[in-house]
Design a protein. Structure first.
Length: 430
């Protein structure tokens, strides 16, 4: 227990010294194993982690989904999603903000990245909201919160990483994210409605469009519908694995981008390089976290902590609620992926020992990451929007996000209270 606590303290100390988190976790993990098992074991186990992670077939889903998201962003599908939502509900008060959340949900279903979704909506939705006179706090909050749907509605990079770390079925995790993702989107839109009712001047209505214009806008999103049906339907139906689905999705979005004239050799090379950089970052974090997790396992702390928690006799839901509270607090001061990689080796054995479904807990973890992405002071979506929209001050974005953070907390409570919201669709899979 003492060795593990020293290890966590060392990681935080290195982070405060601005050492990249991947290096901090790897150094502490390597040094910790050397201190407890010897340098030979430390070097051999670390080399094995690097080799197994680099050659793991299941991990090939990560670069494929990243590449798919980059192709989607380049193909212009996000513009069509927003235009379709705008045509249908933009004439209502707050309609453009509703359209932003709806478009974010659609974009997230073929992207899998929260940051990419938020960045795309900043380019697609903000000009229309600004032109209509929307308050910057509402615009920023809707774009930042809507962007988080990119990691709940499958495909989701966070779900893939959670599934790999915990050896949980990725296809079932994807299925489990559908209903919570739609529920989260509905509560975000309810928040917009309440804000528009409370501050009518913040969200003026856009001109109503004719039914023919709406049908034309809806017909243009057939590409998104086809990708969702083929990729996610194929995974849910057992036609192919998550890795194969990622390959099909990446190929399909590449064809769409080429067919729309959005792709040439220069753009393709740029997207491949960007996808490689993102993949390298994620793999570095994953390898480092695995090395540190091996050190934690060598100390036997997970087993001791599990036995201690279960020996207290506390109600199991109370233990999970305490974990979620810890995650909420950590999410305000720590980058979300690192938070997940550090805590899963400690929390997951406890969750399994208490008899909870790993798929359900995975959805809760993703929901916590959603909250962290828009929680000041280190919510990554907030800084993405601030960098892309310098006209909106960071404090304005912070102020606009709080109502949406409360809506996400309500979603989290509902998911804890009613596990079937997450487990219904996975139960139908073959």
């Amino acid at each position: 227990m003492t060795a593990t606590l020293i290890g966590f303290g060392a990681i935080f100390a290195l982070a405060l010294l601005r050492v990249p988190l991947a290096f901090a976790m790897a150094l502490v993990g390597l040094g910790g194993i050397a201190a407890t098992r010897g340098w030979h074991v430390a070097v051999v186990s670390t080399a094995q982690v690097v080799h197994e992670t680099g050659f793991a077939y299941t991990l090939s889903v990560v670069p494929l989904f990243i590449l798919m998201g980059n192709f989607v962003a380049r193909s212009g599908l996000a513009h069509e999603l927003f235009d379709a939502a705008h045509a249908c509900i933009g004439h209502r008060r707050g309609g453009l903000a509703h359209a932003t959340v709806a478009a974010s949900a659609g974009f997230g279903s073929i992207c899998g990245s929260s940051l990419a979704t938020a960045a795309t909506m900043a380019k697609v939705a903000y000009p229309s909201m600004r032109r209509m006179g929307y308050h910057d706090a509402l615009s920023g909050g809707a774009m930042a919160a809507g962007g988080t749907l990119g990691i709940m509605i499958p495909p989701s990079t966070i779900m893939v990483i959670y599934g790999i770390i915990t050896e949980t079925h990725i296809g079932k995790l994807f299925a489990a994210g559908v209903v919570p993702g739609l529920l989260s989107a509905a509560l975000l839109m309810l928040t917009i409605w309440l804000l528009a009712w409370r501050h009518p001047q913040w969200a003026p209505a856009a001109p109503r469009q004719s039914w023919s214009a709406r049908w034309r806008a809806l017909r243009r999103i057939w590409g998104v519908a086809l990708l969702v049906v083929v990729v996610l339907g194929g995974i849910y139906g057992g036609v192919f694995t998550a890795t194969e689905g990622a390959g099909v999705g990446a190929a399909g979005t590449f064809v769409f981008a080429c067919a729309r004239g959005r792709m040439d050799v220069r753009v393709l090379l740029e997207l491949l390089a960007e996808s490689a950089r993102t993949t390298a970052m994620l793999f570095a974090l994953l390898i480092a976290a695995t090395v540190f997790a091996n050190f934690v396992n060598y100390t036997s702390m997970p087993g001791e902590l599990r036995d201690w928690i279960t020996g207290l006799g506390l109600p199991a839901p109370l233990v999970v609620a305490a974990m979620m509270l810890i995650y909420v607090v950590l999410g305000t001061v720590m980058e979300e992926l690192t938070m997940v990689l550090l805590t899963i080796p400690l929390f997951f054995p406890i969750v399994v020992a208490l008899g909870f479904d790993p798929v359900w807990f995975g959805v809760l973890v993703v929901m916590i990451v959603q909250i962290g992405l828009v929680s000041p002071p280190v919510g990554m979506n907030l800084f993405v929007l601030n960098s892309l929209l310098p006209g909106i001050g960071l404090l304005t974005i912070f102020r606009g996000c709080w109502p949406f953070v409360l809506a996400m907390l309500v979603t989290l409570v509902l998911l804890i209270a009613f596990p079937q919201l997450s487990l219904w669709l996975p139960s139908l899979m073959r």
